[in-house]
Design a binder for this molecule. Structure first.
Ligand code: BGC
Length: 245
């Protein structure tokens, strides 16, 4: 069965129909630039465009890079502040005419990786971290998600962890892979001290280049790259929307 998944990011909004039985796209994804400013009304317009493009009539899933409590955005670290308090599920349902499940982007990516990717069949404590503009997190205990963990915002070395170790920081500060890898390693060791996971899954676009920085990672827990790269958010959104059926 196909369910539409949509991933809202800072630069692009991407969607694809996902065959939820196998966790794969059925056709190529469709991408539209994120409108600037990315206000709720402007983003809802883009979500509607993607829904119309695929013409899948039915419930769909949608990620958003913020804390999402029962469909309402509660934070806005790297997005327009007007999202705080916005009921994204109602907004997107009214814009498209279809029921929608909205969830945090890293939670969605984690759901996809746990079901069909790097975390498949993993019991125990698994932490997925996505390194991009910010740092997203999802923690699973025996396959069950604890949502909205926001580990990118733990205080680390006197600042928000994502301001020290996100993939964006590597670019902004022009850090070598070694220097950045060491920062990521310190952060992972801190996470390990707090949660003693069995496995870390490292996602985000940068996970495609994992061989550049994995040599600097030294945690006791096993560390693996995500397998779905940038598709994980779309796939996880579609999987989450299954509960609406
Ligand atoms: C946000 C999270 C999000 C992460 C990755 C952080 O700044 O607070 O909600 O999951 O970025 O996009």
């Amino acid at each position: 069965m196909d369910i539409l998944g949509i991933d809202i990011g800072g630069s692009g909004v991407k969607g694809a129909p996902v065959n939820v039985e196998i966790g794969e796209f059925n056709t190529d994804r469709h991408r539209i630039e994120t409108p600037q400013p990315a206000t709720p009304a402007a983003v809802a317009g883009v979500v509607k465009e993607i829904v119309n493009y695929f013409d899948l009539k039915g419930p769909f899933g949608c990620t958003f890079p913020a804390v999402i409590l029962h469909g309402v955005a509660m934070s806005a670290a790297n997005v327009d502040k007007s999202w705080i308090g916005t009921d994204a599920e109602t907004l997107f349902r009214e814009a498209t005419g279809f029921p929608v499940c909205v969830l945090n982007d890293a939670d969605a990516a984690g759901i996809a990786e746990m079901r069909y990717g790097a975390g498949r069949d993993h019991k125990g404590v698994v932490i997925m971290l996505t390194f991009g503009t910010g740092i997203g997190s999802a923690i699973f205990v025996d396959g069950r998600l604890v949502p909205n963990t926001e580990f990118g915002h733990v205080e680390f070395k006197g600042m928000d962890a994502e301001h020290r170790a996100s993939a964006q920081v590597r670019k902004d500060e022009d850090l070598s892979w070694k220097k950045w890898g060491k920062r990521v390693n310190e952060y992972l060791n801190y996470m390990e001290m707090l949660f003693s996971p069995d496995l870390f899954i490292i996602g985000g676009g940068v996970s495609k280049r994992h061989e550049k920085f994995f040599p600097y990672l030294t945690t006791r827990a096993e560390i693996v790259p995500a397998q779905m790269f940038n598709d994980a958010g779309i796939i996880g959104a579609a999987l989450a929307a299954q509960e609406l059926l």
